[in-house]
Design a protein around this ligand. Structure first.
Ligand code: ZN
Ligand code: ZN
Ligand code: ZN
Length: 361
């Protein structure tokens, strides 16, 4: 994620802002350009970009009226929902105000996911709306249907289910502890589950099964049996030397999804570090291991090593800052050499899939 600035008054803006706090301009996110723009009225509910005379007009996404989206659609187009909201299949019942709040938190995380997928070029390279398994989201409350007595977050055949209960911090923390996880967030859920989706699109449908198995192991092992074994026996003792999380050891599909999520964590967080021109030069670091001045674009990194080289010092600094405020580490993970190789596979897979759209851009 990056920082934006108001075209009307130059104030710094953040991704979720709906109005500029200094000049009051209505703001909207233009997904084609991955940028937040200040708007001025153009008749009815239409807007044009502040100071623009290109004749183009926009409307806010239909979900803006619920306060859960600040993205734009073309005013003369047929779509009323923006590219991030179009994939929703089931949303929670809004008659309950608690649900509206929970949905808002879920949408914040989902819109950040779509920002990242767009910046990577994956939304242009992969037909997420059509194909044999279009990408869809079900945001389900416990007990909302006979089949949803206790909703489990997961992916199946292109449909990502998010348990609305996870939007509640206390409940998510309870589940994190029960599962013995160091990290559990809504954005982490989205980045993980979409990893399963892109495994289907890019690995299974993209003819990459063999090369993926060489890195992540053989996914033909029974998924059900593997998960049962994982919940019964836990992860192998030395798992940190080979996997990014204990859960990643349960099955190669989970390893891929966990690794995919970490790739997204890394590129998006590094983009924000770059937006703040974050420079690290700890005086006690005589060997220069933690010295960072990053000028690259993590979404266009040439290889995984150029990202990892920066990520290690940046995440160490962020962990240390969190600890000074009594918070858990921001990034409580270790990137061992085999994990970096898996991240490298993910990087190459995405780079290969999006080469055409990146060249066109
Ligand atoms: Zn402004
Ligand atoms: Zn929207
Ligand atoms: Zn999974």
């Amino acid at each position: 994620m990056r920082l934006f600035s108001c075209q009307c008054c130059s104030r710094i803006l953040f991704f979720e802002n709906e109005r500029c706090e200094r000049c009051g301009s209505v703001l909207g996110f233009l997904s084609d350009e991955a940028t937040l723009v200040a708007l001025e009225p153009a008749g009815g509910d239409a807007f044009r970009r502040f100071g623009a005379d290109d004749g183009r007009t926009y409307r806010l996404c239909a979900n803006a009226r619920h306060g859960v989206c600040n993205w734009l659609v073309e005013a003369d187009g047929r779509a009323t929902l923006c590219p991030a909201c179009r994939h929703n299949r089931i949303i929670p019942k809004l008659s309950d105000p608690e649900n509206r709040l929970a949905w808002g938190r879920i949408e914040d995380a989902k819109h950040r996911l779509f920002y990242t997928l767009g910046r990577l070029g994956l939304l242009d390279a992969v037909d997420t709306r059509g194909g044999r398994e279009p990408l869809a989201f079900d945001f389900l409350c416990d007990g909302s249907s006979p089949t949803a007595r206790r909703v489990m977050t997961g992916h199946r055949g292109g449909v990502i289910t998010i348990a609305v209960a996870e939007a509640d911090d206390a409940e998510r923390e309870r589940r994190r502890k029960a599962m013995n996880e160091p990290y559990r967030t809504l954005i982490g859920h989205f980045r993980h589950e979409v990893g399963h989706y892109f495994w289907s699109r890019l690995v299974r449908d993209g003819g990459r099964l063999e090369s993926c198995r060489a890195v992540f192991g053989d996914d033909r092992e029974s998924y059900r049996d593997a998960l049962r074994r994982h919940y019964r026996e836990g992860a192998p003792r030395e798992w940190q030397q080979t996997h990014v999380s204990a859960y990643a050891t349960s099955h190669p599909w989970e390893d891929f999804a966990e690794t995919f999520a970490h790739y997204l964590h890394i590129v998006d967080t590094l983009e924000m570090a770059k937006a703040f021109a974050m420079t690290l030069a700890p005086s006690v670091d005589r060997a220069g291991e933690f010295a960072v001045r990053y000028d690259g674009d993590p979404y266009r990194a040439p290889d995984i090593h150029s990202l990892v080289k920066v990520w290690l010092p940046v995440s160490t600094a962020l962990n240390s800052l969190n600890r000074t405020m009594g918070k858990d580490e921001l990034y409580p993970f270790i990137l061992s050499q085999p994990v970096i190789e898996k991240l490298g596979f993910t990087h190459a897979l995405i780079a290969e899939a999006t080469r055409g759209v990146r060249a066109a851009a």
